[in-house]
Design a protein around this ligand. Structure first.
Ligand SMILES: [Cu+2]
Length: 150
């Protein structure tokens, strides 16, 4: 029968169209409300997530224009310390610990830590005493001292 060959597509269109219109029109209907996506702990900067692998101690140092906060730090000897250097200033800064003489290398953040960014690095001091640290761009103002204790 030719009639149904002709009519069926029309019916299908009508049904689909009707369904589509119903879906659009009745927006309050049976749709499940989308779950709010905003409930993640936003802005938790990677570090805190899985704990710190090797670090036994975490020290946060804020970099501003142009000083460290705090600028005097105390850390235990033979302990892996994770430094979290946060740039809360408007200029580029870095944190550079002058440890080469005692430890064979300088511990330091990224060379350039842009405003609003954070750079993490680990350091392990094997000798007690004082270690100077600085921002390479803002000497002599931007400097501090780490005291390594037993
Ligand atoms: Cu600086």
């Amino acid at each position: 029968m030719n009639f149904w060959k002709f009519v069926t597509p029309l019916l299908a269109l009508a049904v689909l169209g009707g369904a589509a219109m119903a879906a659009c029109g009745g927006s309050g209907g049976g749709e499940s409300t989308p779950a709010p996506i905003a409930t993640k702990p936003a802005g938790s900067s990677g570090g805190s997530a899985g704990g710190s692998e090797g670090a036994e101690k975490v020290i946060e140092v804020v970099m501003k224009d142009n000083f460290f906060e705090p600028k005097e730090l105390t850390v235990p000897v033979n302990t892996t310390v994770k430094f979290v250097a946060k740039n809360q200033g408007t200029a580029v800064h870095n944190m550079h610990i002058l440890s080469a003489a005692k430890e064979g290398k300088d511990f330091k953040s990224d060379l350039l830590v842009n405003p609003g960014q954070t750079s993490e690095f680990e350091a392990k001091f094997t000798k007690t005493g004082k270690y100077d640290f600085q921002c390479d761009y803002h000497l002599p103002d931007m400097a501090g001292v780490i005291t390594v204790t037993d």
